[in-house]
Every structure is written in structure tokens, then in C-alpha cells.
Design a protein around this ligand. Sequence first.
Ligand code: FAD
Length: 485
Amino acid sequence: MTEAEPKPAAAPVRPAYDITGLKSRLAGIKTEDNPALVKQKSRDFYWYSPTLKRQLDHVVGDIIVSPTSEQEVIETLGAAFELGIPVTPRGTGTGNYGQAMPLSGGIVLDLSGMNRVKAVQPGRFVAEAGAVIAEIDKVARPQNQEIRMHPSTYATASVGGFIAGGSGGIGSITWGGLRDAGNVIRLKVVTMEEEPRVLELSGDDLARVTHAYGTNGIITEVEMPLGPAYRWVDLFLGFDTFERAAAFANELGEQDGIAKKNIAVVAAPAPRTYFLRHQDYIAEDQHVVIAIIADFAVDAALNLARRAGAELLLRSDKVPEEERKKLPPGFELTWNHTTLRALRVDPAITYLQVLYPFPDQVKLATALHERFGEEVMGHLEFVRFDGKVTCFGLPLVRFTTEERLEEIMRIHEDLGAPIFNPHRYTLEEGGMKQTDEVQLAFKREADPKGLLNPGKMIAWEDPDYDYRSGKTFLFKSLAAAGVSP
Ligand code: FAD
């Protein structure tokens, strides 16, 4: 190398694992170490966040292991335990916070091949964790049943990934969130020990692994409730102010007699600008409520809408077949699909996750919408929590700098709207900003070497971490790779 040539960037510092030894131990199980394919399966939708994109872009595993049975999961975890190789589980990689990204390299455990729907009975189903949610419904629908709650990634997300990484979504206006009692019936979980055990968890024990990002066990089987499969109709309703749209959405949410699956509000000009296939139906200044209502309840919902001064922009059951085929289902404009559609038009868009506490949700969401104008475009998703209708926000943010993003979040919290920070890869910073003692205790028991999805649970990595410090936690392997907080 001549003096004029730049020095290559320092290679990320990371332990070298015995991948050859692993492969020989897993002779009968499908593995893949082609670097391009491993890189592909080492990603999720972390790039929604400019902060996570900066921090995690270099992250890559060493090998993909794709078990097709619980026995193969047991063999993989046993071998990884013996060789000290980290294991990061992956469903289909639609998570948003780098959840499924192997911060310390090692094994990406691809569970998408464990996808059998094992049983459908009145009110419940049993499936392997890698089953895609829409595929579960294909088996349940002939019995007029369907999954009660799903993410807007219904068509691609695995049910195990939803339970380990998601929080709720379409259906939460009726059934609450994933962690609410009754929304998961039973899980089978494999531990990361010398002799991996298979545990059956139900009742209060479910909280050990739900929304734990796979840091303390691998879910292999899921039992969840089913609800009635109605013919659902998408209603698009236009309002002249965000406040009226939000107040109507709240009122509709409180109508227990109206069977509903989702109610979202998206502030102007986002619907017209970002919902490209629906543009002909929406005026630029219209704030839009997207409501998914059972066909027999549409008249009742429209009566309410008329009284609230709404304009009916579209109802999916009245759109000619040819036109309907060109439109995505309404739920694919809600939850984090709203962000995805905005990002496709304007790559500078990012988002927040906000809770507007009951009972002031409409007032607070409106005040925040008015405070920021088009820098933070309102997007509300109505949910029923503990019997009360309230809303979450996933507002669309026109990103300028990480400092301004932090400031916007601070303003929300100062005004009484807690942020579940989607720009952090740890459980605690993205959640309650405190140790989850139940999940930590289960990790001590089920993953004593700390090999499952390292770096995601601060309480394990740094038991003395001060969540009130205002700092961003930086996992040691990221620090070693030269990443700044
Ligand atoms: P992955 O991304 O593969 O994994 C998610 C987490 O679970 C990771 O930490 C992974 O390590 C862990 N994991 C995966 N499988 C297992 C297992 N078997 N055992 C233990 N741990 C495991 N989320 C919502 O809650 N509601 C929404 O409405 C929603 N909408 C979304 C819309 C878009 C456009 C996008 C990109 C994301 C959205 N999400 C939503 C986030 C994500 O899609 C869901 O959480 C989804 O259910 C994740 O499933 P997955 O199979 O892709 O999981």
C-alpha cells in the first residue's frame, strides 16, 4: 500500500466462533453460510429509524440454521451452548427495532420452516412458531373463524415473531394488546442450556417470554384464541379537522354493538400524499379515518359518521371488482404500514410510538398534532385497553437530525404522552424504561450463558444501568465496532 492510499476501516472486533465445529454437530439440519444470504437474514426493518440504520447497518451473523422441528431446535441450542455461539431467533424479519439482528454475530435461527398449523378447534388454534399469520387464517376460515389480532404485516409475519416482538394491531380495538390476559393461551419454549428443556407456559408465566425479543427462550409452538370471521368492509371517511376525525374514531371505538377490527386516523396531507393507490378518493386537506367494520354493522357506523360530519370517501364492498383488485386491503394502510407507505414516497420520513393516556387521548393527540404541524403528522390507532378505549400514535416525522428527533420525543413526554422509543434496539429503552424482573429472572434460568439474542436486554448486560440518565445504551459489540450511542 502506498502512503497516498487510505487505510481500510478497522474490521469490527468480535469473537471468532467455531462454525466448522457447529456444522459438523448439526449435520442433518439445514444450514447456510453464504455471506450474501447470511447478511440478508441478519436484517429486519431497522432502517425505518435513521438512528438504528446508523448503528446497526454493519451487523451480520455467521451462519443461518433453519430447523424444521422442535427436535432440531433442541439440537441446535445444545450445540451452540457447548460451543458458546450466540443464537438470534428470527421469524420472517419484519420487526422494526433491529430485534432480530445478531449484534454479536453467531447463529441466525430461522424458524420460518417450522410452519405447520397443527390444530384448529372452536375458539382456538395451535401452530408452530414460524407459521405465517395469514396461512393460519386460511386453515381457520372454512370454519368461519380467524385470528383475533394480527400486525399489519399479516401476509408475511410469523405468529412466533408477533408474540416475541410485536404488541398488537388489527383487532386490538376489540381484544386489547398481545400481553393482555387471554390473548395467548399457551406457548412451548425451548431453553438455551447444556440439555435444552421444552417448557409449556400458560397463564401468568406467558409474561416471561412474550415481547422478550427471544432473549430468554425459543418459542416453538403457539396456542391462541380465534374469533368469528366476518365479512369485513373498509370504510374511508374524510373530515375537515384532525380533532373531529379523532373524536369520531374514539366514539366509534366505544360502540360495543358495532363489530369492528380496526380504527385509524391519519392527518392531512399524509393520506392523499402517501396512499398512492387511494389518491383519487382523497382530497389533499382531508384527515381520514380508516375503519374496518363487519358488513352487517356498516349502516350503523355510517349513521354515526354522518352525524359527525364525515364524508364517505370509499367503502370497499361497493367498489367494482376490477378497481378493488388494485387497492391494498385497508389494514395495509394502518399501524406501521402507514409509515411504510410514507417512506416509499419520502425516504426522509420516520416515526414515533406514542401513548395518549385515557381519558384525555383525543385532547392530547390533537394538541400535539397542532403543536408540530406537518413536521409530525398525526397518525392514531384506537385500542381497547383494560376495557377503556384510547389510542396509540405512530405519527410520521419529517426527519432532520437525531437531536431534533430526541427533542420532539421530549416535548411529547413533557406534555404527558409517553414514548415507546422505536429508535432503540433494547427492550427497556423501547418499552417501559425499567427492568422487567420476570423476564430477567427467566433469562437467568433459561439462558445462563446469555447466548440468546445478546445486547437486547440491558438488565442482563448491565444490571446497574440507570434508565433515568438520559443516555443511550450502547452494547459492547457495537462499541467495539466503532458505533457511537
Ligand atoms: P421477526 O422480526 O423475525 O422477530 C421479531 C422478534 O421476535 C425478534 O426479536 C426475534 O428475535 C424474535 N423471535 C422471532 N421468532 C421467535 C421465536 N420463535 N421464539 C423467540 N423469539 C422469536 N407489530 C405489531 O405488533 N403490530 C403491527 O401492526 C405491526 N405492523 C407492522 C408493519 C410493518 C410495515 C412492519 C415493517 C412491521 C410491523 N410490526 C407490527 C412489527 C412486526 O411486523 C411484527 O412484530 C411481526 O409480528 C414480527 O413477526 P416476524 O415473524 O417478522 O418476527
